[in-house]
Write a protein that binds this ligand. Structure first.
Ligand code: SF4
Length: 242
């Protein structure tokens, strides 16, 4: 500041002049605005709806998978390693539904991968079917019930919208339930599995056939013959639908 200006400021009683110390002047204490990214659909350039805002009944496959993987709607979320969504052909004619993931499924993230899974693959092969080829496999609940217990009614009801949406997206021609829990939940009945076998039931207009869970068949070999009969019945039913 030159002498003349300092003199004027002094006379106006405007001294001392406040300045930032060297070094501090280079620092900004104001927050730097961050760029906000908005996801857009590549086709419409419209912002993509957050799947969390969508009802499950309107989700596509990706949204549904994401919603299941983040779900904490029931207590089964607490002990799981991961959710087990389902596996197979998303346009399958055949849908097999079990009750819930076991230890191995919880570890791998795929339904029916242990000994029971091997038996299911053999059952499929017996009627010329193969996992993933015209076949989809899912469960009533997507998280492992502790100690392989059956899912409770509340857990099954909390998870139901996910399976309902999977079925709506797959549009299978025939559903085969594996075990009592799957049959009772999809048919909304308390009847024993033996009384439900051998008939064509209906789930929202889709034919549904009941058979035993492969894990039960591993413990009860005599009932394998009955399961074989059920599979033959399912195959004949599918042929009648074509
Ligand atoms: Fe959610 Fe189903 Fe897992 Fe329960 S079992 S936490 S409802 S995904």
């Amino acid at each position: 500041m030159n002498t003349r200006r300092r003199q004027i400021l002094k006379e106006l009683n405007l001294l001392p002049v406040w300045r930032l110390k060297p070094g501090i002047a280079k620092q900004s204490t104001l927050p730097v605005p961050q760029a906000v990214e908005v996801e857009h659909s590549p086709l419409t350039s419209e912002p993509v709806k957050d799947s969390a805002q969508l009802p499950v009944s309107e989700m596509n496959w990706d949204q549904l998978k994401a919603a299941v993987s983040q779900c904490v709607a029931c207590p089964l979320s607490q002990a799981r390693t991961q959710t087990v969504f389902g596996v197979g052909d998303e346009n399958a004619d055949w849908l097999f539904v079990g009750e819930g993931p076991g230890a191995r499924e919880d570890e791998i993230g795929e339904p029916f991968v242990g000994q029971a899974g091997k038996l299911l693959d053999q059952m499929l092969a017996a009627i010329q079917l193969k996992r993933g080829e015209g076949v989809y496999i899912a469960n009533i609940v997507k998280c492992r019930p502790p100690n392989n217990r059956n899912p409770t009614l509340n857990e099954a009801q909390q998870c139901e919208p996910f399976l309902t949406r999977q079925i709506a997206l797959i549009k299978p021609k025939l559903i085969v339930t594996l075990g009592k829990v799957a049959a009772q939940n999809l048919l909304n009945r308390d009847d024993s599995i033996s009384s439900l076998r051998g008939k064509v039931h209906s789930y929202s207009g889709i034919p549904l056939i009941v058979t035993y869970h492969p894990a039960y068949l591993l413990r009860s070999l005599p009932d394998k013959a009955k399961a074989w009969k059920d599979l033959c019945f399912a195959r004949a039913t599918m042929q009648s639908l074509r």
